[in-house]
Design a protein around this ligand. Sequence first.
Ligand code: NAD
Length: 293
Amino acid sequence: MSFEIKTVGIVGAGQMGNGIAHVCALAGYDVLLNDISKDRIEAGLAAIGKNLTRQVGSGKITEAEKAAALAHVMPALELADLRPADLVIESATEDEAVKRKIFTALVPNLRPETVLASNTSSISITRLASITDRPERFVGIHFMNPVPVMELVELIRGIATDDETFDVARQFVDRVGKISAIAEDFPAFMVNRILLPMINEAVYTLYEGVGSVEAIDTAMRLGAHHPMGPLQLADFIGLDTCLAVMQVLYEGLADSKYRPCPLLVKYVEAGWLGRKTNRGFYDYRGEKPVPTR
Ligand code: NAD
């Protein structure tokens, strides 16, 4: 007999967390959305409203489906408010210390049968699971950005993840209309193991003066048929997340080929994190994005 999910709790209402809330609500799940402040939760709710409106505009969903989805999402100001959740997906900042704190504080608030998941882009599911009271009911559910648009979800089994939990996760991914790809629990799994070194190499190409931001992005868009150039994509992902993933690859695989480009570090230190802060490899403050190098 399989465990049924009715309510999904989400910790972190940023670009990924609100996207996950969006697709869960459209699939008919009740959603409890948590973040560190009321303002952040409200910003997440506003983004969901805006993105649903866009989907109505493009004819993907109806006005009635939008209204039904919005009615499914509730703010959860405290971790204790997540108790009704059958599945909790952590989608906070890509920083192991932050995630550890969240899981430690979260588990005493959950029912024993609740399944726990992380949307981490790179951090070991086995290690995150080990700090909880339920490593066997812990799984990696890694959505792609932007969640409402991208078809894939990587499913990652930690060393202790049991079969029922994995099946629950697989059924959940089906119900939100995504295709799952199963990855073993190694640093950055599959998509980011391949994608992020390419982005990091694009930053090195810029750093070494081989090409400008515009030349590199044009080269990969027109020369490799990528829908976005690698630097544009980096801004879209968030440069802090890109750097964090490279650090996990570098440390986790102990191979110098993954060393993060110093120029990527400099952008993150400047707080130029890409689209979410309005500046990264491009400046988004004007009408059109302008390359910053
Ligand atoms: P983001 O910066 O947009 O959002 C992170 C959110 O986490 C923020 O709203 C922040 O306030 C919140 N947060 C931080 N500490 C918290 C705490 N203690 N409790 C509750 N909320 C907290 O980042 P994002 O792009 O949404 O990334 C979130 C997760 O999703 C990361 O693990 C990231 O690696 C992963 N991810 C990102 C992408 C991407 O393309 N950006 C793709 C797949 C997965």
